[in-house]
Design a protein around this ligand. Structure first.
Ligand code: CA
Length: 484
């Protein structure tokens, strides 16, 4: 008898004994073991945030020149929100709202923060709770991958804000090619945009990295999913693509030889790289057999700055920085195969602040939050258990520009311009082209009053922002000097 045959024989004998023993056990009255009732487990959550993506630059919103088959799966296998908003029209404040589930002006995050590693006030105040901090109390592990932009001071970094792991960078943007990442720590940074060239961080340590940034972030996201697969986990995956600088590798550029405009071509390549990453994440979840109970959100942090990165907001007016729809209405989708029917389309307005509330409502043990949230659990609405609108009113405020906007569920929206307030109805006029006339002043006044009441609850910004870079440096001459 050869060794292989012997092993097989031993295996068959063992199997036979097992069948006999367990078969007999099963026949004994009262001793039949019922399978243990499996307690439904809390879902994993992956929040994919992209940066400066145009409303119409995903297949699920009608993009014609950039295929995004993987991102589209999030929408087609879950729910697409046609009126999905963010709480601010640029990166920093939008992220502060997203990660706390609260209007960021409640805690003074009304500006885009500067890169200021010595300043514990420059970022998300410690009085606020991040989604990762709340989920920690429900035995979640949390991972942040990509752009942080919520504070570079040690006390404000991901590992100090509820995350168990971090791979990425702290600044508001970053270059994409690793050969440009020459700065070994934050104290080699001498200007705001120097921070775009720092080596990446793993947790609190600078890393050597060889891959194109978007690919590196996708690779890490996939690896972390493997590492934390026993769950529950929360992954905040914040790609900085397709934010400037416009940089892409040949691998992705070669997919867009038909696009003539070099800017649009590079932008398309950057979006395509993100789409590949999303595909790898979906594959990994499936391979680990955890995709059914993993919630994925996909959205952009603000609308596309069309002239800057060649993004396309479609019929929406304006873009990044604006309170017109192009600045605050973004591609927005959610997938949760075990709960949300494929192909759901949801038309009532929702906002990024809802993600926090939606997630904690799905956790299988009671979780408490320190503050009142502004978002709501979207699931009962998405599933049709509730037929009213998740929000009667949504508000936006640009403190430094003294500008604001508010809309209601029926589509009435006012926007304050320099010398006047304009009223639109978004159902009739999505492009905000023709302001309604004086005959509608009562509708306008009602929204204005609502905004004034809301604004009373907000506070002034607690730190200087990007636009005050010079002033900040005058006030803090040692801003990049390593403390003793
Ligand atoms: Ca952005």
């Amino acid at each position: 008898m050869n060794a292989c045959f012997t092993n097989r024989l031993i295996h068959m004998i063992k199997k036979g004994i097992a069948v006999l023993v367990f078969g007999f056990w099963g026949l004994l009255p009262g001793l039949t073991q019922k399978p243990l009732e499996q307690k439904p487990s809390s879902p994993n959550v992956i929040l994919i945030l992209v940066d400066d993506l145009g409303y119409q630059d995903v297949g699920f919103n009608g993009c014609s020149d950039i295929p995004t088959p993987n991102i589209d799966r999030i929408a087609s296998e879950g729910v697409k929100f046609t009126q999905g908003y963010v709480s601010y029209a640029v990166c920093g404040p939008s992220r502060a709202g997203l990660i706390t589930g609260r209007y960021q002006d409640r805690f003074g995050f009304g500006r885009n923060p500067l890169f200021a590693p010595n300043d514990p006030e420059m970022g998300l105040p410690l009085t606020e709770e991040t989604l990762a901090e709340v989920l920690k109390n429900a035995d979640y592990k949390s991972i942040a991958v990509g752009k942080w932009h919520l504070g570079a001071h040690q006390s404000l970094r991901p590992l100090s804000r509820g995350f168990d792991a971090f791979f990425g960078f702290l600044s508001g943007g970053h270059t994409y090619f690793p050969e440009t990442w020459t700065l070994r720590d934050e104290y080699e940074v001498a200007s705001q945009f120097d921070a775009y060239r720092t080596k990446l961080l793993r947790d609190n340590t600078r890393m050597e990295e060889n891959e194109y940034l978007t690919d590196a972030l996708s690779r890490e996201a996939v690896n972390y999913i493997g590492q934390y697969q026993d769950g529950p986990f929360f992954m905040y995956l914040a790609y900085n693509a397709p934010h400037t600088p416009l940089q892409a590798t040949e691998k992705y550029l070669s997919r867009f030889e038909d696009i003539e405009d070099p800017k649009r071509k590079t932008y398309a390549a950057m979006v395509s790289a993100v789409d590949d990453g999303v595909g790898k994440i979906l594959d990994k979840l499936e391979q680990l057999n955890i995709d059914q109970n993993t919630i994925i959100f996909f959205l952009s942090d603000n609308g596309g700055p069309e002239r800057v990165n060649a993004s396309d907001n479609g019929v929406l007016k304006g873009g990044k920085g604006d309170l017109f729809e192009g600045g605050v209405r973004v591609p927005f989708a959610m997938r949760w195969p075990s709960k949300i029917p494929k192909g759901t389309i949801f038309h009532a307005p929702v906002i990024s602040l809802d993600i926090f509330a939606t997630v904690i409502a799905q956790v299988r043990q009671p979780v408490e939050t320190k503050h009142q949230l502004d978002g709501v659990d979207l699931l009962p609405y998405v599933l049709g258990e509730r037929t009213d609108s998740p929000h009667e009113l949504l508000f936006w405020r640009k403190f430094d520009q003294n500008q604001y906007a508010v809309r209601n569920a029926a589509g009435d929206k006012i926007i304050s311009l320099k010398d006047r307030i304009e009223l639109f109805n978004l159902q009739e006029n999505i492009s905000e082209n023709n302001a309604l006339k004086n005959t509608d002043s009562l509708r306008s006044e009602a929204l204005n009053n609502a905004w004034n009441n809301w604004n009373l609850q907000m506070i002034n910004p607690t730190f200087l922002g990007l636009q005050s870079d010079k002033l900040y440096t005058q006030k803090h001459p040692n801003r990049f000097v390593k403390p003793d």
